[in-house]
Design a protein around this ligand. Structure first.
Ligand code: ZN
Length: 250
């Protein structure tokens, strides 16, 4: 079973790469078929096998010899590993489904936000939809309503930060995508954990933010992947965090 999910993860990784890349450029994910960006050479099915094709082709396009990014097989491998890990961690439960969806959204956002500084609406909406659907079926209507409420509160909270920040710095302080992402974080984790996720996400962004500002002299920092990482960390360790919170509150 573990291997089964590992292989599904590899294939999904390959697909999520295409989604992140093409949707960031307003292109269809179906047409045209997978091809070399340099020479438009259409890839055969055996050149699309995750990782194995990369090794087999020695990281180059068979037709024009252009280098294929090493990041592609690495991202495929990571997706395979996190899919297998989610299965080992949660077993075949509803948490497992949500973990898969969150990790998949994380992979897409890594491509879209690091490369193009956007968080894609459709993958975000689909992730929210699946999470809420699982909650309705698995945890009942009250839990679902609390999710919706938490989502809106987190959204409003980040929107307020953005509003004040934009006024103060006279430029975009926080991306619109990050504000929408806050809804997903609130809906998945509910208030308390969601705020912890925001803190963890911000802390994780710190090293890269310093690098961007001082070395690259850039002001726009991809915040999305780190926020989702904070979300995933809180989701995986929700029991531990909740216990901790109880100690702190009491
Ligand atoms: Zn080529």
């Amino acid at each position: 079973m573990v291997w089964y999910f590992f292989i599904i993860g590899l294939l999904m990784g390959s697909f999520l790469l295409v989604v992140g890349e093409r949707w960031s450029n307003d292109k269809s994910i179906i047409k045209p078929r997978s091809h070399c960006d340099n020479c438009q050479y259409f890839l055969h099915w055996y050149e699309l096998i995750p990782i194995i094709s990369y090794i087999f082709l020695r990281g180059r396009c068979k037709n024009c010899g252009k280098k294929i990014s090493i990041l592609c097989p690495i991202i495929e491998l990571i997706t395979g590993l996190v899919y297998a890990f989610s299965y080992c961690y949660f077993g075949l439960t509803s948490n497992f489904i949500i973990a898969l969806v969150l990790f998949s959204f994380f992979i897409v956002t890594c491509v879209s936000d690091f490369k193009y500084l956007v968080i894609l609406d459709i993958p975000l909406l689909m992730t929210c939809f699946i999470v809420l659907l699982v909650y309705v079926y698995d945890k009942g209507i009250n839990y679902f309503l609390l999710s919706l409420l938490s989502g809106f509160i987190l959204f409003a909270f980040l929107w307020a930060i953005k509003f004040i920040g934009d006024k103060k710095f006279q430029r975009e302080s926080l991306g619109g995508g990050d504000v929408k992402l806050a809804f997903l974080i609130g809906a998945t984790l509910h208030f308390q954990l969601a705020f912890i996720a925001l803190v963890i996400g911000s802390l994780l962004t710190y090293p890269l933010a310093l690098y961007y500002i001082f070395r690259k002299k850039e002001k726009e920092i991809p915040f999305g992947p780190f926020l989702i990482m904070g979300l995933i960390i809180c989701y995986l360790f929700q029991n531990e965090f909740n216990t901790l919170l109880q100690y702190l509150v009491l």
